[in-house]
Design a protein around this ligand. Structure first.
Ligand SMILES: [Zn+2]
Length: 115
């Protein structure tokens, strides 16, 4: 991989990984808003139903967070942000990789055009 290819991959990663994060924020905020409004509108629900609805909303929020975390890992792997030698994730360390051309963990050469 060359330095320019890594820079292009980083741009693609930021665009592709940001979209599900924004969707997750909207979904979590919408779930919280709906739950807050429903509590007042459904005070006549049978006893015990409201806690079940809250637990379900919590499960939805956790599922969204897990999905975004797994999706981010998948996108990072697809963009080549793993060291081909030690297989460690390099998201958040790309500036150091771009500067040195080497993996920040194992020190093996990653970029073909950086000395
Ligand atoms: Zn490495």
């Amino acid at each position: 991989m060359t330095k320019q290819e890594l820079i292009k991959s980083r741009r693609r990663y930021l665009i592709v990984a940001a979209a599900p994060c924004l969707v997750a924020i909207v979904l979590i905020a919408a779930t919280a808003l709906v739950m807050a409004r429903w509590e007042d509108a459904h005070r006549d629900w049978p006893h015990g139903l409201w806690p079940v609805a809250n637990v379900l909303a919590f499960v939805v929020i956790i599922a969204v967070i897990l999905f975004v975390a797994l999706f981010e890992r998948w996108v990072a792997a697809r963009c080549g942000f793993r060291c081909p030698h030690c297989r460690k994730a390099l998201v958040g360390k790309l500036r150091r990789v771009l500067a040195s051309g080497r993996c920040v963990y194992c020190g093996e050469r990653m970029l073909d055009d950086v000395a």
